[in-house]
Every structure is written in structure tokens, then in C-alpha cells.
Design a protein around this ligand. Sequence first.
Ligand code: COS
Length: 393
Amino acid sequence: MALDDETFGLLRDSVRRFVRERLMPAERVVEELDEVPADIVEDMKQLGLFGLSIPEEWGGIGLNMQQEVQVAYELGYTALAFRSVFGTNVGIGSQGILIDGTEAQKRDYLPRVASGELIMSFALTEPDAGSDAAALKLRAVRDGDDYLLSGTKRFITNAPRAGAFTLMARTDGAGAGGISAFIVPAGLPGLTIGLPDKKMGQRGTKTADVILDNVRVPAANIIGGVPGKGFKTAMKVLDRGRLHISAVACGQARRILDESIAYARERRQFGQRIGDFQLIQAMLADSQAELLAGWALVQETARRYDAAAAGLVGAGRSDPEVALHASATKLFVTEALGRIADRGVQIHGGSGYINEFAVERFYRDVRLLRLYEGTSQIQQIIIGRALVGPSPG
Ligand code: COS
């Protein structure tokens, strides 16, 4: 699955233009209103952004991972709130169905996900299960042809906008093997959404609790139809999500660097441009070098992902090599982005602390990238375990 080069080039150019002409001028409005304007969401639908990763047979554009990271890089050049509107449809919300779902589930959901008619969210995290995702407690108790789901999900991106959730619940005893992934429509009786979380940054993105009280969900809504496979589905979704986020992080790094270069050229101190000082140039150079290294790594991991993708479908787990590379990529790129954002503020001096300047906002926004879809420490654990192998004891 991939778009031909010529059509892809046109798509990437139109996304770049959309980012620069439509989204960047609206960044301040999003920050002030804490909302992405509805007319922009409509334009995103027209451009096909909700269906970037969904194959054409289900109404999407059908990008492969190497193409998706290019588009994610372009989208990463502006406020993260914009990408977040359709990010769960492209990634963590829909990919469980795409990778492990039955044909009927794909047919029923993916066309509406691709068009943006249905927003899908990914519900894994709970109040007591964050990094330790296999410890999740939300219970699903069998009742005839249905399951009754009760419990709370936390920090769920797009929960207030979602029409359905890919939701991990415990159908069996302890551990990863007792977890099943359900497709849960948002309107079911007993399902409520908490108030939107008040976050440090990324204003305009929406996260909230999802609370389930005896929500009746048909057993047929288990992704793939077989219980006990949900943890692996979630992990496969996250491997892919970590790569997408890494590409977005490179886009953010490019923007912060461009803002910093522009400021260094324009701001004058001691009778000259601050960009003429080698201490400023050193910061710019370090950021540029880290961005080039990170972006090369993202593209290489995307190439590996595409080469191994066929083996993902229905398989027990993803290629451990790809999982390692996805984690290493997210670790390196998001940590580098933290340093690049910090240098961006430093180059701006006092102005970098004032919210009139874009770097102040990006500095807050990018902090989340080292936390969500697995903290840097979780990425280190995944890489470390893969290197050392299972303990013989
Ligand atoms: N793809 C497919 N299957 C995978 C997998 C992957 N990438 N990683 C692990 N699995 C499988 C394992 O093979 C194992 O299956 P078997 O029991 O059949 O062998 C099962 O899943 C359990 O794996 P493991 O024992 O490694 O699970 P742990 O509980 O020790 O830890 C980590 C797994 C820590 C890696 C996981 O909980 C994790 O990623 N945590 C972070 C969660 C996260 O990113 N949250 C963000 C929320 S979304 S914004």
C-alpha cells in the first residue's frame, strides 16, 4: 500500500501550503480559544487528512509509513493542536482495527474514520495504569452475547470529540493476556466523558477521562473477534504511533529552529546581529545537527516499518527489531526536540519567555512528546530489554 510518487508529491505540497497559509495564521486564535475552529476542521476533511493512513479501498489516501512520516513532518511545522484533531483517526484510534480487525469491522468503521465523519480515540491509560499498561483494571464481564464494561480511562486524547473508542479492557485474569481491545461507540448508555484536562500546553487539543458504568458492548466489537489479544494490538499500534510522533517532533524542531534563525538575524545587540556571535551560532548548529540526525533516523525506521508491515497483520506481535527502532527513534528525536526548544528560548533571551513569541508556546507544547505514547524511560526499557533478552531466571 502506497501512493504513487507523483500523486504523493502533489499531496505533500498541498499539505505544506495548507500548513503555511491556513494553519500557521490561526495558531494564536487556537491558543486563545483553546479550540480548533470548525471551518479549519472542515478544510482538513476536504484535504483528506483524516484518512491519510487508511487504504483506498476503505476511502482513505493509503500512504505507507515512509510517506506518512513526510506528511507528519509537514504538519509538525505548526501548532500540535491542529494535527491532534485527526491524529487519532490516522494513528492510534484506527490502527488497531486496520492491523487486527475483522473484515466486517474494517468495513463498518474505516470509511467513516477516513472521511472524518467519525472521530476515533485510543483508550489505554487508566488512573493506576500508565507506563504499566498491562496492569489496567477496566473490567469487561461477559453477559450473553455482550460484555458489561466498567472503569475509568484517563488522559484520553480527543475523548470529547470522539464518536468511538478503541478501548482496552480486562476480560480475563491478571496480566497482558487478559486484555481485549473493544470498539466502543461513544453514545452508549453508561459512558460519560469527564471535563477537559487543563494542560501545560497544546491548547486546542482535548483530553479527558472516559468513565464507563456497566456499558453494554457486543462481544462482536472485540477487535479481531478473539478475546485476550488486546494488549498486543495496543503495542503494535503504539510502535507505529511512536514513529509518527517522531516525524511530528522533527517538524516541530524545524519550526523552532527557523524561528530562532529568524530572530538571530534580526535582533541586534553590542552593535551587531546576535546571529553573528559564535555562541548563538553554536546553539543553532547543535540544533541543526540533532534535527538532521533525528530526521534521517525517522526515515530509516519508516523504511524498516514498511518492509516488515506485511508481517504485522494478524501476527502474534510486531517484528521486535522494528519495535526497538521505533522506541529508539522516539527516544532520540523527542529528547533532542526538548533540547532544541530549550535552545530556541535561550536564543530569544527574555523574549523567549513572553507569549508573543512562538517559541514560548512551542517550548510548552513539545514537553508532552517525551511523555505520551510511552515516556522516554519506557522507550529505554523496551530498547534495553530487547538488547539483553529475557532473564534466564
Ligand atoms: N508488539 C506486539 N506484542 C508485543 C509488543 C509489541 N511491540 N511488546 C510486547 N508484546 C507482547 C509480548 O510479546 C508479550 O506477549 P507474550 O506474553 O505472548 O509473550 C505481551 O505483549 C506482554 O509483553 P511484556 O511482558 O513485554 O509486557 P510488560 O507489561 O512487561 O511491559 C511495556 C510492556 C512496558 C513495553 C508496555 O506496558 C508499554 O509500552 N508501556 C507504555 C504504555 C504507553 O506507551 N502508554 C501510552 C498511552 S497511549 S498515549
